[in-house]
Design a protein around this ligand. Structure first.
Ligand code: CMC
Length: 428
């Protein structure tokens, strides 16, 4: 017999079914609450609310663990590659050799974007933030590929997803090149996913380009770490947008919009800027003081997480990747890394951070790493979005085949004016 929770509202008592997942906390199903009690639940920021069933990613926030389709994310970062992880997230299983060949060939077949999209870029100021460009050009893909926007056709869903996995790196590199005033570099399908992306970002027509294998490997790892993270703000945004039946390109573009904020994907940019602002180990205590001051809006960027109440497992892999990249360029005594490590040490021993369970998150070390690889801060969130695209797509697909999925429509606690009479302007 399944468990129930009992809820008393006034004189009425109702039974609420408890649903169990495969691992992790169970949920109390409140979907009948309004029809049976005339009350809504109230949970701003969704701290206790499950919005859907999902079998993609599981996070154990207390232990600091994250699994994609049951595989520990750090093991995937070590042993797999980003495109294989994209396959895993979409299909639920790792590919066989034949499946891998078909999938990776298909992605390579779609790396180029419609030539007309190039002219779209010219409408932007050269100084436009690349995230502003991404929000627009990803949505614009629906105008270029209208043959794959019928969401009830599984074949069209698959092709639109593959197009985005293949083309978003090309668009991201174009956004970067545009900001530099350099010509776009076409994809090179003889390279793997991350190598190709590096080439599109850093090659120039005047010189031969040599792939730095350590950087490409590090970037691939960074993409894996960012690939999915269950129902975070951007993924929930994509789900909500798609719940109305919006086309896949339009839906994924909303992920970029939500990701841009400094509390989410924009934190890597903000974290590096913060480390630069601190500048020297001797200034750390002043910033720790500011972070603890209730009247100061300053927060330690790259610290804290809604779900992790332990060290973010992604931050551990990121710290190692950061060392690999800095060793490659012979910059082990990097000043920003010194500031970051010391800041981490001090914060982890400070009562305020211990009590609130605030640990470094993925963004704490990613900025230093990407910066050392040659990416400007404005590109950091773009790289996050490129990687998270495969997670958004997996959630989108899951939702498309979920028979219980309905249009997302939260309710509210209304605190505005009570119904009143309209007065003519002359009488106000
Ligand atoms: N520095 C100082 N204090 C903090 C920090 C921080 N980075 N993060 C949380 N706190 C405090 C916060 O002031 C609050 O204190 P009190 O209980 O006294 O009001 C308490 O800790 C709980 O924080 P919260 O903001 O209520 O927690 P949340 O779950 O709503 O927010 C968060 C999570 C990640 C938005 C927040 O920790 C934060 O703003 N961190 C800095 C931004 C950041 O690094 N974001 C990247 C997240 S990981 C990448 C991703 O998945 O997007």
């Amino acid at each position: 017999m399944s468990e129930i929770a009992k809820l008393k509202v006034g004189k009425k008592e109702i039974d609420l079914p408890i649903k169990k997942g495969s691992v992790g906390p169970s949920v109390i199903d409140v979907s009948k609450l309004y029809s049976e009690t005339d009350h809504f639940t109230f949970d701003p920021g969704f701290t206790s609310t499950g919005s859907c069933e999902s079998s993609i990613t599981f996070i154990d926030g207390d232990k600091g663990e994250c699994y994609y389709r049951g595989y520990p994310m750090d093991v995937l970062a070590e042993k797999s590659n980003f495109l294989e992880v994209a396959y895993l997230l979409w299909y639920g299983e790792l590919p066989s050799k034949t499946e891998w060949n078909e999938f990776s060939d298909a992605i390579k077949n779609h790396t180029m974007v419609h030539e007309q999209l190039n002219t779209f870029f010219n409408g932007f100021r050269r100084g436009a933030h690349p995230m502003a460009i991404m929000v627009a050009v990803v949505a614009a893909l629906s105008a270029f590929y209208p043959d794959s926007i019928n969401i009830s056709d599984p074949a069209q869903r698959r092709i639109s997803a593959r197009r985005m996995v293949a083309k978003i790196p090309t668009l991201a590199a174009m956004a970067f090149k545009y900001s530099l005033g350099q010509p776009f570099v076409y994809p090179d399908n003889s390279l793997n996913y991350s190598e190709n992306f590096m080439k599109m970002c850093f090659a120039v027509p005047a010189e031969p380009y040599k792939i730095n294998k350590t950087f490409a490997k590090a970037l691939d790892k960074i993409f894996i770490l960012h690939a999915d993270h269950e129902q975070n703000a951007s993924t929930s945004t994509v789900r909500l947008a798609a719940s109305s039946g919006a086309n896949p390109f339009a839906s994924i573009s909303t992920g970029f919009t939500s990701l841009w904020g400094p509390l989410h994907g924009g934190a890597n940019e903000a974290a590096l800027n913060m480390l630069k602002e601190i500048g020297d180990v001797k200034n750390i205590p002043e910033y720790i003081k500011k972070a603890k001051d209730k009247n100061d809006p300053f927060k330690l960027m790259g610290f804290g997480h809604r779900v992790y109440k332990n060290y973010d497992p992604r931050a551990k892999v990121m710290q190692k990747t950061c060392h690999d990249v800095l060793s490659e360029i012979g910059n082990n005594d990097n000043k920003l890394l010194q500031v970051a490590k010391e800041l981490e040490k001090i914060a982890l021993n400070d009562e305020y951070f211990i009590e609130k369970k605030l640990y470094p998150n993925i963004d704490f070390y990613s900025g230093i790493t990407l910066n050392a690889m040659g990416f400007p801060t404005t590109m950091f969130t773009v790289l996050f979005g490129l990687a998270r695209t495969v997670g958004w797509l997996a959630h989108w697909k899951e939702m498309m085949v979920d028979k219980s999925a309905r249009i997302g429509r939260p309710r509210q606690l209304y605190t505005g004016a009570e119904p009143r009479e309209f007065k003519d302007l002359s009488k106000r």
